[in-house]
Design a protein around this ligand. Structure first.
Ligand code: SAM
Ligand code: SF4
Length: 336
């Protein structure tokens, strides 16, 4: 078997895999989903065993960081079985980090067990600290449930990073409250620009678009921003606020400032491998998984063939006040 690590045509090593384990969610965030979503039939989804084989194959090919996402990963039935199983790669040292992105609603139930599995850090999405506004943005969520989840995660020893989608006219006025709340709770904070992913049922994305250059400029009015050179190989840039010591990230996927260092690929809950969040090209990994239950050779060959097609970058562009490169699939499908 060929055990050379995965390197794409632009000499980028692929060391980071994000896997969506479900397209379902207990929230209906306005920028992410329409209120009436049609979800995939269960048979379409990879089973726990298939997810495990798929992730293990990537780890065997050099993936060192695995992020579980969705949809809401913690609403998938029995998802802790998957975490417990895949955690064996942390114990062998083959995997360096196992983590997840969650809306936080189920963390009171699962935080302690996740910590036992070896999860050290969790990204929790939270756009507002105002209960009424939270209900408006998430449609179905309750703020106190998420705040309790964050507290439970911290009590279990998990480090929390808050992800906040910057929403024009929605959470603009909470910028400093969010920064201070995160500083008080010893949490990093990353702002995300709204991306044109999937039909969201008549909501206006350009209306929601609040450029992070503006968020940054407003922060600079009150704080001293120290530029940090560090890169996660992803679309985030970081600064440290001198006054609070806090790290703030900016994820601006619509600019091309990160593609050259991209180290990641994504797999959907149906086993489609996307080599770039902003491109349609994909590879079906479910077919080789299901056609060869006892043999990972065809699966690995399919992964290698796909990585050999990873594009240089994406095509999103808001600059002409229309959404070029709009992606038909939802973020909850590919995994954010
Ligand atoms: N349900 C989990 C959560 O909300 O954290 C994980 C999946 S969610 C799709 C992952 C991240 O994508 C969240 O931080 C969410 O705010 C973000 N997201 C969803 N739709 C987005 C969009 N259209 N533009 C930018 N970020 C988006
Ligand atoms: Fe669910 Fe996360 Fe999408 Fe919100 S952003 S609807 S929590 S998947």
């Amino acid at each position: 078997m060929d055990d050379a690590p995965l390197i794409d045509p632009f000499a980028r090593p692929i060391t980071y895999l994000r896997v969506s384990v479900t397209d379902r969610c207990d929230f209906r965030c306005v920028y992410c989903m329409a209120e009436n979503m049609t979800f995939l039939p269960k048979a379409e989804l990879l089973t726990h065993a298939e997810l495990d084989r798929l992730c293990s194959a990537f780890i065997g090919l050099g993936v060192r960081k695995l992020r579980i996402t969705g949809g809401e990963p913690l609403v998938r039935r029995d998802i802790l079985t998957f975490f417990r199983s895949i955690a064996r790669h942390l114990r062998t040292g083959a995997l360096q980090e196992l983590t997840l992105t969650t809306n936080g609603s189920q963390l009171t139930r699962f935080a302690a067990e996740l910590a036992e599995c070896g999860v050290r850090r969790v990204n929790v999405s939270l756009d507002t600290l105002d209960p009424a506004r939270f209900a408006e943005i998430t449609r179905w969520g309750r703020l106190d449930q998420v705040l309790d989840g964050i507290a439970a995660a911290q009590a279990a020893g998990l480090r929390i990073k808050i992800n906040t989608v910057a929403l024009k006219g929605v959470n603009e006025d909470e910028l400093f409250d969010l920064v201070q709340w995160c500083a008080a709770g010893d949490m990093d904070l990353t702002f995300i620009e709204v991306m044109p992913m999937g039909d969201i049922g008549g909501e206006d994305r350009l209306g929601q678009y609040w450029p992070l250059s503006d968020v940054r400029a407003r922060l600079a009015e009150r704080f001293t921003l120290i530029e940090l050179a560090e890169s996660s190989g992803g679309p985030a840039r970081y600064v440290r606020l001198q006054e609070t010591g806090q790290k703030i990230g900016f994820i601006t996927p619509l600019t091309h400032n990160f593609c050259e260092s991209c180290n990641r690929v994504r797999v959907t809950c149906t086993g489609q491998l996307f080599m770039c969040l902003g491109q349609e090209d994909q590879a079906d990994l479910r077919a080789p998984l299901r056609a060869h239950p006892g043999d990972d050779g065809p699966l690995e060959a399919a992964i290698r063939a796909a990585i050999a097609r990873k594009p240089r970058g994406h095509d999103f562009d808001y600059s002409r006040r229309r959404i070029d490169g709009q992606m038909p699939r939802h973020m909850s499908h590919t995994g954010g």
